[in-house]
Design a protein around this ligand. Structure first.
Ligand code: DUC
Ligand code: ZN
Ligand code: ZN
Length: 487
């Protein structure tokens, strides 16, 4: 197509301190038609010039684990749909989101995907892809439906080992992992032992221990450790990589580290709640205030936060996601279902975090000297883009990549829910003092956050078909034969 403009670029960011997952270097970034067209010194002038004067520029964030507008049993309702969720993401420096199309038992997965398209079409402010959640792996789903969806750009699905309406047994998980192996998809695993949780919950209920804080007593690290170990064993049996999501502390970390030590391709994700919250945030007494931090797995303690920081530094994690699952504290549709305080069993699980994810890690990770800038980029953008087949279009500052960028403002910022753009009525991080916040977010060359206001629009976001994961080898061991080949 012939260009009308006499300028070579639509926008040039001058004098950027460009951070990628491997390097930090000074360059101008030339943007044309929504893509990065040049990186270099003294690029020719553009229609729009932004002198960033040595400020850090990173790839826009890829939040590869967030829940938006999922079907809920009334009166429950998630506080964010595609518009409010993606708007909040953009204002927090995220330019790609990957939420979940959830299969309801007794219905097809393709129907779930179609329904989710209807919810997102024309509403998202930034680009988005879908993971799927498989809850009913019938013969038809395994043989036809799932492979067909994977071929068509839905290349990842989540497997739950807990939650009554979502969980799968080991036989079903093996079936799904075999499909993942055959079609090169990425299976994400929510690893908690369901029966242990149910048993502990009943014991706690029997003695009246139903306040929010007992949620964490019903889900100790042991239940996560056991399920993580089992998920790894199932993946080893099939010889397929898996990604363990929302790893919360030492016991799961040890399982993953040991599996990787054996050469298995076990990937892992962690989330801000395991670095910045503890079980005390669910309450130190029986007050209902702690309901705001009820999520699963629950946050642990300070020692386990350190374990997660160390595991981040050792490269154990490929992905840092928000696991944004927003519910309101007030009203009838959120953390007080029906308008009443509930025993912890009935408190909807999840916390809002789509807008705070990037700044929390930049401030408390990079600027506090705990992690390097390339590690930050790897965790928040490049790793997730590779894990779910979106790289190098997303998660990279490279020629030909989408011009999804964040210019960082290194200045004091106190987190206040009043300043956030999500639909929830609280943030678990209220009052936390940060040292940075995104000063500008660009999605395909368009400014969607200018440091003060949301400047994007609903409908700008495009659906992305995912390719195969490119984090590592397609087989877990890399060299066969595994058990799978012997049967
Ligand atoms: N845990 C999940 O597994 N999903 C959503 C929210 C949560 O807390
Ligand atoms: Zn989960
Ligand atoms: Zn989740």
């Amino acid at each position: 197509m012939e260009r009308q403009s006499s300028f070579e670029f639509d926008t040039v960011l001058r004098n950027a301190r460009v951070a990628t997952a491997s390097d930090v270097f000074l360059a101008d970034i030339g943007i044309r038609d929504g893509k990065i067209a040049a990186l270099g010194a003294n690029l020719p002038s553009a229609k729009h010039e932004i002198d960033v004067m040595g400020r850090v520029v990173t790839p826009g964030g890829v939040d590869a684990h967030c829940h938006l507008d999922e079907p809920m049993e009334p009166p429950l309702r998630m506080a964010d749909d595609f518009l409010t969720g993606s708007r909040a993401a953009a204002c927090g420096g995220t330019t790609t989101i990957v939420p979940f199309a959830v299969q309801r038992r007794g219905t097809s997965l393709a129907e779930a995907v179609k329904a989710y398209h209807a919810k997102s079409e024309g509403r998202a402010c930034i680009d988005y892809a879908f993971h799927m959640i498989v809850t009913d792996p019938t013969e038809v789903l395994l043989k036809t439906e799932l492979p067909h969806l994977i071929e068509n750009g839905y290349t990842s699905f989540k497997i739950y080992m807990t939650y009554e309406d979502l969980k799968l047994d080991d036989f079903q998980i093996l079936d799904l992992l075999a499909v993942a192996r055959q079609s090169g998809a990425m299976a994400m695993v929510h690893a908690e032992n369901s029966d242990c949780i149910e048993w502990l919950t009943r014991k706690l209920e029997a003695v009246g221990r139903t306040a929010p804080r007992f949620h964490s007593h019903a889900r100790p690290m042991l239940v996560e450790r056991e399920a993580t170990h089992r998920a790894i064993a199932l993946a080893e049996l099939i010889d397929v990589p898996i990604l363990i999501v929302h790893v919360s502390g030492r016991e799961a970390v040890e399982q993953i580290r040991s599996a990787r030590g054996k050469g298995l391709s076990i990937y892992a994700e962690t989330c801000p709640q395991y670095l910045f919250l503890t079980a005390d945030d669910l309450g130190i007494d029986d007050s209902y205030h702690g309901a705001r931090c009820v999520c699963s797995p629950p946050p642990r303690d300070r020692q386990n936060q350190e374990v997660i920081w160390n595991a981040i530094n050792e490269g154990l994690f490929s992905v840092f996601s928000s696991d944004h699952a927003p519910f309101r504290m007030d009203g009838v549709d959120g953390k007080r279902p029906g308008g009443h305080e509930q025993p912890f069993r009935h408190i909807p699980n999840g916390i809002p975090g789509i807008e705070t994810r990037m700044a929390l890690l930049y401030s408390e990770g990079v600027l506090a000297g705990r992690i390097t800038l390339p590690r930050f980029v790897q965790l928040t953008a490049t790793g997730p883009a590779k894990a779910y087949g979106l790289h190098p279009r997303k998660g990279a500052i490279a020629i030909g990549s989408d011009a999804d960028l964040v210019i960082w403002d290194e200045r004091a910022k106190t987190i206040a829910n009043a300043d956030l753009h999500h639909g929830a009525d609280y943030t678990p991080y209220e009052g936390m003092q940060l040292k940075a916040w995104p000063g500008l977010t660009m999605s395909r060359g368009k400014v969607v956050w200018d440091g003060e206001s949301f400047t994007g629009e609903s409908g700008h976001g495009k659906f992305l078909r995912c390719g195969s994961p490119t984090l590592g080898p397609r087989l877990s061991r890399g060299a066969g034969p595994g058990f799978f080949d012997e049967v």
